[in-house]
Design a protein around this ligand. Structure first.
Ligand code: DC
Length: 214
């Protein structure tokens, strides 16, 4: 079974994807980490993330690079959003993600274009979202817990500009696949969001099995 989980920054898609992977005993790939690894590498080299050639040169990294704790930083996230707009970068990372999705037994992948580009034939596709204000509050709480001094308005501004960049780019923009189901987590806590995601996956798999019988 292949499960595609897409959605904007801080929507809860990562938490939901990890929970689905644990529940169905499937390997999980957070595809945002790939773009973060490219962005971080460009940053560390003192390069320019807006330069497609420099970003492309950073795409050849090992799986070990995906465990770097710095990948989780806000700077890596912002740079990831910039390098991910280059079609060359998306093309360079495509096969790695498709290979993961094609693993025997299936996989769960989360990102922005899993249901539309990476795994268009996924058995279940979720599009996880929440209001920008609620996503900013969650990110603010997370950063504050980490001991960082941040302002809510600045976090909300970052979320809005990331949304605009991820949705507005021409290469594989963030968009809900026509056959995806929407999961709005604005009013849900983590447990309720995970429970809803499991119900939606089971419904999608059932429907696919019934359609197959028809
Ligand atoms: O999910 P995330 O916040 O870790 O992703 C970081 C950035 O990477 C995001 O702003 C856009 C980009 N990204 C993408 O373009 N396609 C994906 N499948 C995953 C992430």
């Amino acid at each position: 079974m292949i499960v595609a989980v897409d959605g904007p920054a801080a929507s809860g898609k990562g938490t939901i994807a990890r929970a689905l992977a644990a529940r169905y005993m499937l390997p999980h790939l957070d595809t945002g980490l790939l773009y973060r690894a490219v962005g971080l590498s460009v940053l560390r080299a003192g390069g320019d993330p807006a330069d497609a050639a420099q970003a492309l040169a950073a795409c050849d990294f090992s799986d070990a690079a995906l465990h770097d704790p710095q990948l989780k930083s806000e700077a890596a996230g912002k740079t990831a959003s910039m390098v991910s707009a280059h079609p060359e970068v998306r093309a360079a990372l495509l096969q790695r993600q498709r290979d993961f999705a094609a693993r025997r037994g299936g996989a769960v992948l989360d990102g922005r274009d899993i249901g539309t580009v990476i795994a268009p034939d996924a058995d279940a596709k979720l599009f996880v979202t929440a209001s920008a204000e609620v996503r900013a509050q969650r990110r603010f709480d997370e950063l504050t817990r980490m001991g960082l001094a941040v302002h809510y308005d600045a976090v909300l501004g970052d979320i809005r500009s990331r949304d605009a960049r991820d949705s507005g780019r021409s290469a594989a923009p963030l968009r809900m696949a026509d056959d995806a189901v929407l999961l709005d987590t604005t009013a849900l806590d983590v447990e309720a969001a995970i429970a809803a995601a499991c119900r939606l996956v089971e419904r999608a798999v059932h429907k696919a099995a019934n359609d197959g019988d028809a």
